[in-house]
Design a protein around this ligand. Structure first.
Ligand code: NAP
Length: 245
């Protein structure tokens, strides 16, 4: 039986690249995004199915506990098991500290951080019974080093790193590994929103003098979801072209 992976926020960007890579590796993929509209104009389901696996879209707002519970149940019912969970859904609502609204702060924490608790809670419950699982959280270099204008975002991603280590310690004895990746500057619709000035400044700080691609993130996530990474847990792997040395 093929293994199944859930990838949150996977209609586009890094999540879509991860779904495609996991499909290529033989996983059935449960793609998630907010609603039907999120998948409009993408052919990600058909692209994944070209690898001979089953791909299906599930609509859920992963910041909401009840929607995550339904999502985990539906995937288990449809595919019979869940071997991998990639907590990828994320948003930015940037602003300087003095000008950041409560709404901006709370929303980023809910989508980037609470979602990881929600999904890990309901999916690990299934993985515990299977005595097998791979969980990969998409953090960010902002969570490791901070980033001006992103107090909300860096708080959420630093929390995700702490949550990764806690979950790794709690779930390790049941053969469930939990790791995080911390991408640097990856070209996606999320980073398209930055000004040219912000982008140029970023490039200066990257040893490889280029931005990363969603596919380069997907390769590392694929490794962490595979049996090759069977003794790797509680780790944070930077994918940043040498941003932080
Ligand atoms: P993206 O292109 O904006 O894609 C994010 C996806 O998440 C979108 O499809 C979005 O759906 C979905 N989403 C948003 N809120 C959701 C919710 N509540 N429930 C379910 N899905 C939701 O972003 P990306 O650049 O690929 O980022 C993916 C992850 O990598 C994020 O966690 C981000 O923080 C992290 N990351 C990105 C970079 C980078 O340089 N791009 C760097 C470090 C870390 P809609 O389109 O419908 O809103």
């Amino acid at each position: 039986m093929a293994k199944t992976a859930i990838i949150t926020g996977s209609a586009r960007g890094i999540g879509a690249a991860i779904a495609l890579k996991l499909a290529q590796s033989g996983f059935n993929v449960a793609l998630n995004d907010l609603n039907e509209k999120s998948f409009e104009g993408t052919d990600i389901i058909a692209e994944c199915e070209k690898f001979g696996i089953t791909a299906k879209a599930y609509y859920a707002d992963v910041s909401k506990s009840d929607e995550c519970e339904k999502l985990a149940k539906a995937v288990k019912e449809d595919f019979g098991e869940i071997s991998a969970l990639v907590n990828n859904a994320g948003i930015t609502r940037d602003g300087l500290i003095a000008r950041m609204s409560d709404e901006q702060y709370d929303m980023v924490i809910a989508v980037n951080q609470k979602s990881v608790f929600n999904m890990t809670k309901f999916v690990s419950n299934i993985m515990l019974r299977q005595k097998y699982g791979r969980i990969v959280n998409i953090a960010s270099v902002a969570g490791l080093y901070g980033n001006p204008g992103q107090m909300n975002y860096s708080a959420s991603k630093a929390a995700v790193i702490g949550m990764t280590k806690t979950a790794a310690k709690e779930l390790g004895r049941k053969n469930i590994t939990v790791n995080a990746v911390a991408p640097g500057f990856i070209s996606t619709p999320m980073t398209d929103k930055l000004t040219e000035e912000q982008k140029a400044k970023m490039l200066e700080a990257i040893a490889m003098r280029r931005y990363g691609t969603p596919e380069e993130v997907a390769e590392v996530v694929d490794f962490l979801c595979s049996d090759k990474a069977s003794y790797v847990t509680g780790q944070v792997i930077e994918i940043s072209g040498g941003l932080s040395m």
